[in-house]
Structure formats: C-alpha cells, structure tokens
Design a protein around this ligand. Structure first.
Ligand code: NAD
Length: 328
C-alpha cells in the first residue's frame, strides 16, 4: 500500500530533487538502458533521446518486417551509429526478444550493468479471427508477451540486487478497447498490462518501478492502416519524452498505464459501477439478476468507483457479506 516504508522512502527521495526539473536536469549519466525493437519507429526515438541524455543504450533489434519475417543487423546498427555520431554511447544487439537473456547479456558485457528496460519490440499479424491461423496467433504472443517476459526476467535479478530498476512496457489502445482483426495482438497487449501490474507490486520494495504505455505513433506499423497525414503528424518523437520521464529516477509512478501520442498524454484507469448487493442465499435466481441489470451497469448514479488494487476491489464483496449477516 502507499504506506509502505519503502515507498515512503522513494517519495522522500523524489521530494528532495528539484520540484520542477528542467529538461536538462533529467539526465541519465551512468544509467544503462535496454530498448527492444529500437532499430526503427518508436524504439529508435526512445534510443536517440536516452542516448542524447547520457544513458548507455543497448539498441536491440532483430531487423524483421512488420509481420515478423526476415532478419537483419542493419536496423540496430544504424541507430547505434546515429547515437555515437552525436556523442552518445550505444551498442547493438540483434537477438530476438524471445532470447531475453542474450539481450541483457549484451548490456552487462558492454556496460557492466542494466538500469532501464523499455520493452517495445513488436510485430503485427492482423486477420479476422475466422481467418487467423495458429501461427498468426503464436508468433504475436511470442514476440510481444513472451519477449517482454524473457527480457524482463533476465534483468530482474540485476534490478533486485542493485535495488533499482525502471521498466516501461508497451501495450496498445487496441488491447484496452479491442479492434477488428487484432484478436492475437490485443490479447498479447492486454496480457502485457497484467504482467506489468503484478511486477509493479512485486518490484516496489526493491525500487523496481513498472509502467505501461499505450502509444500512438506514425511508424511503418501504423503506415499500413493510417492515412499518410496522420502518420506524419503522430511523430514517434512526441512519445519519447513521456517514456524518458517514466524511465528517470525522479519518476516514482508504478503500476500505471498511460495513453500517449501526438503530443497528448493521459493515465487510464478502471471504473466499476456502484453495483448491487444481493442477499447471500441459494434462492438467488437469474431473474433476480435481470431485474437489477440497470443498476449493475449504471455508472452515472454517483456510486461508481475506481478500484486500484485487488484488495480494494474485493472490499465491496466483503461489505455485502457483512450487510447480509446484519439483515439475517
Ligand atoms: P515498428 O515496426 O516501427 O518497430 C518495431 C521494431 O521491433 C522493428 O524494428 C522490428 O524489427 C522489431 N522487432 C520485431 N520483432 C522483434 C523481435 N522478436 N526481437 C527484437 N526486435 C523485434 O513499430 P512501432 O510502431 O515503432 O511499434 C513499437 C511498439 O509499440 C510495438 O510493441 C507496437 O506494438 C507498439 N504500438 C505501436 C503503436 C503505434 O501507433 N505505432 C500503437 C500501439 C502499440
């Protein structure tokens, strides 16, 4: 809970820092960041920004097509070159995120540590559910969900030992809301959010903070769907500063999800209707539920809440038991 001694310590530390830091205060000197899928699109923008701000960057990219085909080292190499040419420190890694331990090993070998993971690599295999093959399903789960898990799993012991880590995972608005033709992708993306929320709880005592973004950016991924004007307007560079802040030691947010893009950003949370407590008896029937359906789905009667933890979510269930006992 927010009363944890560790969390209070973190808050105190953050309060001691400049309250309104100018961008030049948010440096990453001495920090090592792994950015997956950083050979293009959003990942490249994150890598260039963190490199510019002093981080040592591992530019991971398998160099595949937007559908996950082929492989080339040139995508990662180009971004490493860009960072080095502007005076930054970077190395390339060409492994698939499915081999997370190799990605992390590159950071340890080159820079001796790892502080920041930005799980960003991704592919699409869009098809209506009726046409989706097992391969379309599996490949998307493997790259997004298993890849995020594997890279994070390999970095976790380092984070735990040094009592410091920042993880930014990448979901998608289609994971939050669903989208036609993306059953595989939206499943993986919401899975990543569940993963992040649990790691945020497990990591906090060791100062490992985990947040999730649902970005919108004009990249080769969106270029197949969006009109060219929109691709042009939603520059990946508009998302990068948000990720930069989440990756910084002064940011103490954890377990949160944000929609970010086109220079706009907002946190997203769950909302639960006020609900209704039925008598806890075996005589409760489907007809009883039907008769109260309008209450169950009513968000506008002033009783809706925003449960932020499993404990908080359970509270109303327990209250219902207590009320039922009182009326017995
Ligand atoms: P992109 O295709 O430009 O970049 C993805 C990169 O990941 C590519 O360079 C690709 O080679 C790399 N990659 C793919 N599979 C890999 C693997 N197994 N191992 C290592 N690297 C691999 O796409 P983008 O738009 O920059 O997307 C970045 C992330 O943001 C993805 O996770 C995507 O799902 C997510 N996202 C993007 C948008 C958007 O609007 N662009 C919206 C929602 C979510």
């Amino acid at each position: 809970s927010p009363g944890d001694a560790d969390f209070i310590g973190l808050l105190e530390k953050a309060k001691a820092l400049p309250s309104n830091p100018k961008s030049e205060d948010l440096k990453f000197d001495g920090k090592v960041a792994i950015i997956t899928g950083a050979g293009g699109g959003l990942g490249r923008a994150y890598a260039l920004l963190l490199g510019k701000l002093g981080a040592s960057v591992v530019v991971n990219d398998l160099g595949v097509s937007a559908h996950g085909q082929g492989a080339t080292s040139s995508a990662a190499d180009k971004v490493v070159e860009e960072i080095r040419q502007s005076g930054g420190k970077a190395v390339a890694n060409y492994d698939s995120v499915e081999n997370g331990e190799k990605v992390v090993e590159t950071a340890i070998k080159a820079f001796g540590r790892v502080d920041i993971i930005i799980n960003n690599a991704g592919i699409l295999r869009d098809k209506s559910f009726a046409r989706m093959t097992d391969e379309d399903w599996d490949l998307v789960q493997r790259v997004h969900l298993r890849g995020t898990y594997k890279v994070t799993k390999a970095a976790w012991p380092y984070f735990t030992k040094q009592k410091y880590g920042r993880i930014i995972n990448t979901a998608s608005s289609v994971g939050l809301y669903g989208n036609f033709g993306q059953a595989n992708y939206s499943t993986a993306k919401l899975g990543i959010l569940g993963f992040s929320n649990t790691l945020a709880l497990e990591g906090r005592k060791n100062n490992i903070l985990v947040n999730t973004i649902a970005p919108n950016a004009g990249t080769r991924m969106t270029a197949t769907i969006w009109p060219p004007d929109m691709v042009e307007a939603f520059k990946p560079e508009y998302v990068a500063p948000f990720v930069g802040y989440l990756a910084h030691e002064t940011c103490i947010s954890t377990g949160k999800v944000f929609e970010v893009g086109g220079g706009w950003a907002a946190q997203v949370r769950w909302q639960r209707a006020g609900g209704i407590g039925f008598p806890t008896s075996n005589s409760l029937s489907p007809e009883d539920i039907a008769s109260k359906w309008d209450v169950i789905v009513n968000f506008d009667d002033g009783r809706a809440t925003h449960p932020a933890t499993t404990q908080e979510a359970l509270q109303q269930f327990f209250e219902n038991f207590a009320n039922a006992q009182k009326s017995d």
